[in-house]
Design a protein around this ligand. Structure first.
Ligand code: HSE
Length: 428
């Protein structure tokens, strides 16, 4: 058998402790599968004294992750510290320049600095693996880089943030407002330390940016994502959408179009009967579409100790087996700086507006939409007892320009109160 693969693990939070447990408890199985032993030489975390539910006495301790990354007795630096910059990035750079491969769960760091880090890794003859950075326990990076290597990827869609999916599905099942469920989720510890990362869609967009790069051979471009969080999704929209046969999801979507790379992370309607529509609670789902395979749906836990540590171990075992792939599936020189799509692809939209309940009001709205080139597919009006009545419209497929023109014309009708809501309907 070859020499052991020696790990240095920085960050002993939920995931780090989970990785240590698996390496200890499954030593024989991992060794049989990898063809060599997998050991831990040293670890690093903020507090040495904390009880993490796993013995750490067998491993050398470093207070500084950069010092850990440079140790001569490790082959692979496992970065589970987190954070876009700071100690995590410093330590990853130190690991690469001192000849170590890197495994990381850090989607923020890779979304912002992925291309530069991949170039550094390549220049040093090292690799960076990041299965745990996208959708926790779902092996989506492996699916894209290996299982679907013979395909042109045509589209990726998915629910990539369990906390947002929990909030949206709980709002619907309990009939609670966004604010009520946000407070509940925060109290249960379901949200990141900075909840804006979750509810602002940023965490999910980090993941989408990484998938886009692998799928389309492009340089990671987080800034090119049309990003909107779930803060403005109301219980009324969730109920009305359900009434029309849809669910509202924080949906990531990426595809290469003639207009450029179109990446979006935003609340969208999906058919209630579709796999995405049926996804409840904190689970993730990634829909991959390839020109040869058609559609594949991956569903599973997107966070938590076991699932995320499982993804880290997948990378560990691959490195132990000698499987070394370019960071984003192709050498950096092949990755193009893709043009960002100038407009979203045509789609049907769900519109909700408060309409004055008087003769001719609906006709004025229909005319404004028609003049902008927006054709109505279905329409409903509710609650005539109010001075204004909510009107819901599902449009036929329209261009984003036509939709914008229609939305800007609605206030001029004099019959629409407040700002209309427009949510894209994703056909899945
Ligand atoms: N907070 C994330 C989620 C997990 O809820 O999916 C880590 O990305």
């Amino acid at each position: 058998m070859s020499d052991p693969l020696r790990l240095g693990i920085a960050g002993l939070g939920t995931v780090g402790a989970g990785v240590v447990k698996i390496v200890r408890q499954k030593a024989a199985l991992l060794s049989a599968r990898a063809g060599r032993e997998i050991t831990i030489s040293a670890v690093s975390a903020r507090s040495r004294d904390k009880d993490r539910g796993v013995p750490l006495n067998d491993y050398a301790w470093e207070d500084d992750p950069v010092a850990l990354a440079k140790r001569d007795d490790i082959d692979v630096f496992v970065e589970l510290v987190g954070g876009e910059d700071g100690p995590a990035k410093d330590a990853v750079e130190a690991a690469l320049t001192s000849g170590k491969d890197v495994i990381t769960a850090n989607k923020a760091m890779l979304a912002m600095h992925g291309h530069a880090l991949a170039e550094l890794a390549e220049a040093q003859g090292r690799v960076i693996r990041f299965e745990a950075a996208v959708a926790g326990g779902i092996p989506v990076i492996k699916a894209l880089t290996e299982g679907l290597a013979g395909n042109d990827i045509t589209r990726i869609m998915g629910v990539m943030n369990g906390s947002c999916n929990y909030i949206l599905t709980r709002m619907e099942s309990a009939g609670l407002t966004y604010e009520e469920v946000f407070a509940e989720a925060d109290g249960l510890g379901y949200l990141e330390a900075d909840p804006q990362l979750d509810v602002g869609g940023i965490d999910a967009a980090h993941k989408l940016a990484l998938l886009s790069s692998i799928a389309f051979g492009t340089q990671v471009n987080f800034a090119g994502i049309a990003l909107e969080g779930i803060e403005n999704v109301t219980i009324e929209d969730i109920k009305h959408a359900a009434d029309m046969g849809f669910k509202i999801k924080l949906l990531g979507s990426t595809q290469m179009t003639a207009r450029g790379l179109e990446q979006s992370m935003a609340p969208c309607l999906v058919p209630a009967t579709s796999p995405l529509g049926q996804l409840d609670g904190g689970t993730n789902m990634i829909v991959l579409e390839g020109d040869q395979v058609g559609q594949i749906v991956l569903r599973g836990p997107g966070a938590g100790e076991g699932p995320t540590a499982s993804a880290v171990l997948s990378d560990v075992v691959d490195l132990a087996r000698g499987i070394r792939l370019p960071v984003f599936g192709q050498p950096c020189a092949n990755l193009v700086a893709a043009k960002v799509a100038s407009a979203a692809k045509p789609a049907p939209y769900y519109l909700r507006m408060a309409l004055q309940d008087k003769p001719g009001a609906l006709a004025k709205v229909a005319t404004a939409l028609g003049d902008a080139g927006v054709s109505i597919d279905r329409m409903r009006q509710y609650d005539h007892s109010e001075p204004t009545a909510p009107v819901l419209i599902v449009t036929h497929t329209v261009s984003s320009d036509a939709l914008a023109k229609a939305l800007s014309a609605l206030p001029g009708t004099g019959v629409v109160t407040g700002t209309p809501v427009a949510l894209r309907i994703e056909q899945v």
